[in-house]
Design a binder for this molecule. Structure first.
Ligand SMILES: Nc1nc(=O)c2c([nH]1)NC[C@@H]1CN(c3ccc(C(=O)N[C@@H](CCC(=O)O)C(=O)O)cc3)CN21
Ligand SMILES: O=c1ccn([C@H]2C[C@H](O)[C@@H](COP(=O)(O)O)O2)c(=O)[nH]1
Length: 264
């Protein structure tokens, strides 16, 4: 995860102090890229132990097309609690747009099913894109999508994924986002009988919240361990049939977790 740590240092060295919506304040840079060769290991941070359980459940929840935190809460995952209303609703966020983007004629588009069909039948397509940025729905969302558009690419029997993230909480959110899209790429690759290629992460406003600066500096004193591996124990019939127990992360050696306050 050296690229992640290098960019963390880049934000410390070159970041501009900016005010933000949450009132916390950030150090921020604009427009950065990270690349991970997924065939070389699963990109899970090793300089701070990550709660992979939350990451897996969140992705399964997106894949179900759900936007109510009930499924997460039932599985003791509370990462979305702070943004939900009293009914647990978040509005038409990721899951809804991925699985049932509404059309003007009252129908809906399952972008993920369509992308799988395209990868299988038209792998050289340059249009393998999924977008969560539904302009007409933004004001109904608890939070406009941060990871808002991703594109797949097939070459040499490998599936690569590039993600655009408009706003990136580098200490808390980005490690989750990288692991989540790495997992998604593995799942789609398995379903399409492809190997995994690269994950390319692109950040717009890449920021460190000012109350995370000391934690970031602590993390940068740590030496990374080798990356763990992902084992998928079963091949379900569809992308939407995976369960939590299908996954195992092996050889995950990491430094102690660093607890931080999240900006809401
Ligand atoms: N400021 C901010 N940063 C984010 O990363 C973020 C948001 N807001 N709002 C919406 C979602 C929710 N996501 C979240 C929310 C909380 C954690 C979090 O608390 N992580 C803890 C571990 C908690 C756990 O897994 O139970 C951490 O220390 O990483 C992570 C991602 C990512 N998003
Ligand atoms: O998956 C996610 C979701 C959210 N974030 C961060 C990025 C920002 O710090 C906040 C969102 O605030 P905005 O004012 O809407 O930009 O949440 C993330 O890093 N990853």
């Amino acid at each position: 995860m050296k690229p992640y740590l290098d960019l963390m240092q880049d934000v410390l060295d070159n970041g501009v102090v900016k005010a933000d919506r949450t009132g916390t304040g950030t150090l921020s840079v604009f427009g950065r890229q990270l690349r991970f060769d997924l065939s070389m290991g699963f990109p899970l941070l090793t300089t701070k132990k990550l709660h992979i359980r939350s990451i897996i459940y969140e992705l399964l929840w997106f894949l179900k097309g759900e936007t109510n935190i009930q499924f997460l809460v039932e599985n003791n995952v509370h990462i979305w609690d702070a943004w939900a209303d009293e009914q647990g609703e978040l509005g038409p966020i990721y899951g809804y747009q991925w699985r049932s983007w509404p059309t003007q004629t009252g129908q809906s588009i399952d972008q993920l099913s369509d992308i799988m069909t395209q990868i299988n039948h038209n792998p050289d397509s340059r249009r393998l894109i999924v977008s969560a940025w539904n302009v007409a729905d933004i004001d109904k969302m608890a939070l406009p999508p941060c990871h808002l558009l991703f594109q797949f690419y097939v070459a040499k029997g490998q599936l690569s994924c590039q993600l655009y993230q408009r706003s990136a909480d580098f200490f808390i959110g980005v490690p989750f986002n990288i692991a989540s899209y790495a997992l998604l790429t593995h799942l789609i690759a398995q379903q399409c009988q492809l190997a995994v290629g690269e994950l390319v992460w692109i950040g717009g406003d890449v920021h460190i919240y000012l109350n995370h600066l000391e934690l970031v500096k602590l993390q940068l004193t740590r030496t990374p361990y080798p990356l763990p591996s992902l084992v998928i124990k079963r091949q379900p019939n569809s992308l939407f049939d995976y369960q939590f127990d299908d996954f195992e992360i092996i050889n995950y050696q990491a430094h102690q977790h660093i607890k931080a306050t999240i900006a809401v």
